[in-house]
Design a protein around this ligand. Structure first.
Ligand code: B12
Length: 249
């Protein structure tokens, strides 16, 4: 077996063991448990063990299944977006902005649509930061305008214009019915409509469930996912600023 082919690991190397959880729309009984195992088999878990089943209100059952996956992963077929810019210290970010823009870089952030999950965007923007890193408010050369939760797109566009935003950072945590995709696409379209071509601020979307590499489909410049730190975002802003040879006046 080539070293680029791998299998999950549970008890012994290469045993393929994985654990999955899901809910079926049926009451908890023996038949429901059989249905969960049938689904597990169809997902390629063979043999599969039902390790947990619990009624989730009337007519629904939650399951946890542990089993050996019959699928293999070929690492040669795994394609991801690698970070193409260096991680800079806060000092270097400040220096780069000062040198390139000769003014502060303005960032406007918000949770858009009905989304009220502000912890993620606050982790990036608030001075207290995330994972031991200070947020963008800490950077001397960055002005942060955090609009908070449930901001409607027209309001975001208006604020971005009023603040002369160089970059707009939106957070989308709720993904039910693809709300994050609809809201982000609507947002990017609204910016393209409101600004003359070539002057749209850098559009950044963040949240735990955006698909890697979906920037073009969403109409944004960059997506940041789970575990993003403020330093990564600040470094990206410098990279973008340098690539664009400055931002807008
Ligand atoms: C805290 C929380 C809440 C709090 C939010 C408080 C607040 N002020 O934010 C409260 C109790 C209000 C809440 C409410 C609801 N919640 Co809630 N909530 C959570 C919970 C437990 C944690 C989210 C969180 O704070 N994570 C920590 C932060 C740091 O992580 P993060 O958001 O991923 O952010 C990081 C990255 O994604 C990225 N990032 C995020 N945004 C951005 C933006 C930019 C620009 C950048 C660069 C990076 C970036 O950087 C961050 C740092 O690394 C999650 C479950 C979970 N464990 O994730 C559910 C969860 C998100 N909630 C959920 C739901 C369903 C709801 C409700 C609809 C429940 C209800 N029926 O009322 C409501 C919706 C309210 C609303 N209108 O939005 C679901 C969403 C399911 C889905 N698929 O959409 C989850 C996943 C729980 C679940 N498993 O069902 N919730």
């Amino acid at each position: 077996m080539s070293s680029s082919i791998i299998r999950p690991y549970g008890d012994t190397t290469g045993d393929g063991m994985v654990q999955v959880s899901f809910t079926l729309p049926i009451p908890h009984d023996k038949k429901a448990e059989g249905a969960a195992l049938q689904l597990a088999r169809k997902m390629g878990l063979e043999p599969a063990m039902l390790v947990h089943a619990k009624s989730m209100g009337e007519g629904f059952t939650f399951f946890v299944v542990y089993g050996s996956s019959t699928h293999l992963v070929n690492l040669d077929d795994v394609h991801v977006t690698e970070r193409e810019y260096p991680l800079l210290s806060a000092k270097d970010v400040n220096l780069a902005i000062k040198k390139t823009l000769r003014r502060k870089l303005v960032v406007v952030g918000a949770c858009i649509g009905t989304d009220a999950h502000t912890v993620g965007i606050d982790a990036i923007l608030n001075i207290k930061g995330f994972a031991g890193e200070k947020g963008l408010e800490y950077y001397r050369e960055i002005t942060v305008v955090n609009l908070g939760a449930q901001v409607l797109v027209p309001e975001l566009v208006e604020q971005a214009r009023a603040e002369k935003a160089d970059a707009v950072l939106v957070s989308q945590v709720v993904t039910q019915k693809d709300a994050h995709i609809h809201n982000t696409t609507q947002m990017s379209a609204a910016f393209r409509e409101a600004y003359p071509a070539g002057t749209v601020p850098v559009l950044i979307a963040g949240g735990p469930r955006f698909e890697d590499g979906s920037e073009a489909a969403l109409g944004v410049d960059r997506i940041f996912g789970r575990g993003t730190t403020p330093g990564e975002v600040a470094s990206y802003l410098v990279h973008e600023m340098t690539t664009r040879k400055g931002m807008h006046p």
